[in-house]
Design a protein around this ligand. Structure first.
Ligand code: SF4
Length: 267
C-alpha cells in the first residue's frame, strides 16, 4: 500500500474519516474555489520559473473553472481571485528572493520512501531551490489571510514540512505564502527541521499504519462544543446517516483506496 502525508493527516484527524475516504471510496467534491485556485496558481508559479508567461498560464487555467459551479467564500469571486493572483505573480517577480534552477527537474518532485512490509510513502515536494541564497525545499501556499508569524520559529512545527524533510533528508525548509487579501502580500518563512523531528515523524507514520492495518477506525473528532470539528467535516453526512448532506459534499469512487496517495497532488 502506498501512503502519503494527506492520508496520515486524515487518519490522525479522525480515523473514521480515513475509513470513509480511503476504504469506502467517498471523496469530497472538487468545488472549493480556494483549493482549485491554489492548484492553478502553483501551475503559474511553475511557469514563472520556466520563464513562460505566468499571468497567461494563470488566466488560461483559471478560465477552465469559470462558471463551473465553484463555491466561493463571501469575500471571493472568480474575477477577484484572478486579479489578486496576477498581482501576487508580479510581486513575486519583483521580490526575486526565490531561485529554482533546472525547473524541469526541481519543480513538483516525486519522492518515494520504502517502509516496512509491502508499504511505501510518496510525497510531491513543490520545489527544491534557494530562498535568499540558501538551498532548501520549498512549499507554496495560497491563502485568503496571512499566516501567523508569532511566536518565532513556529514553522518548525509544521507537520507537512517535517514530513517532506523526512522523505527528502533535507533539513532546510521554506514556505512561501501567497496572501490573496485586498492588498496582496507574500510571506517568506524559513526553518531547519532536526534529525529528532524526522525520527519522530517516522515513528508517527509507522504507528499510524499499524493502526490502519489493525482496522482501528473509531471516530474521534476531538469534540469540544461548540468547536466540534465534525461541523466542518465533509463526511458528516455519512456519520449522521444523512443522505442529503452526503450527496451535497461527496462522490463515491469504490475501490479508490489504492490510489489514495493521489490526494497528495490536490492539497
Ligand atoms: S463527521 Fe466527525 S466523526 Fe465523522 S468522520 Fe468527520 S470528524 Fe470523524
Amino acid at each position: 500500500m502506498t501512503y502519503s502525508y494527506t492520508q496520515i493527516r486524515q487518519y490522525l484527524s479522525c480515523p473514521r474519516r480515513y475509513k470513509h475516504r480511503y476504504l469506502d471510496g467517498w471523496k469530497e467534491k472538487d468545488t472549493r474555489a480556494a483549493m482549485l485556485f491554489g492548484r492553478v496558481f502553483e501551475q503559474a508559479v511553475a511557469a514563472y520559473f520556466q520563464r513562460r508567461d505566468a499571468a497567461a498560464v494563470l488566466y488560461r487555467e483559471w478560465s477552465a473553472h469559470q462558471g463551473s459551479g465553484l463555491h466561493f467564500s463571501e469575500r471571493d469571486s472568480w474575477d477577484r481571485m484572478l486579479q489578486s493572483g496576477v498581482q501576487l505573480l508580479d510581486r513575486f517577480a519583483q521580490d526575486d528572493r526565490v531561485r529554482v534552477r533546472q525547473p524541469g527537474r526541481n519543480l513538483q518532485i516525486q519522492f518515494t520512501k520504502p517502509l516496512a512490509g509491502q508499504n511505501d510513502f510518496v510525497a510531491y515536494v513543490d520545489a527544491i531551490g534557494e530562498l535568499d541564497g540558501t538551498r532548501c525545499l520549498l512549499e507554496w501556499k495560497t491563502t485568503a489571510s496571512r499566516y501567523p508569524d508569532e511566536p518565532t520559529g513556529l514553522l518548525a512545527l509544521d507537520p507537512q514540512l517535517v514530513c517532506y524533510s523526512w522523505v527528502t533528508g533535507i533539513a532546510e525548509a521554506a514556505q512561501v505564502v501567497f496572501v490573496r487579501k485586498r492588498l496582496v502580500e507574500i510571506q517568506y518563512f524559513r526553518t531547519v527541521i532536526s534529525n529528532e523531528q524526522r525520527e519522530e515523524f517516522s515513528h508517527l507514520v509507522q504507528d499510524s499504519i499499524q493502526r490502519i492495518e489493525s482496522a482501528e477506525f473509531l471516530p474521534h473528532s476531538g469534540i469540544r462544543f461548540p468547536q466540534n470539528p465534525c461541523t466542518s467535516c465533509p463526511y458528516i453526512g455519512l456519520c449522521l446517516g444523512r443522505q442529503d448532506l452526503t450527496e451535497a459534499a461527496l462522490v463515491r469512487r469504490p475501490g479508490a483506496d489504492d490510489l489514495g496517495w493521489l490526494d497528495e497532488l490536490t492539497y
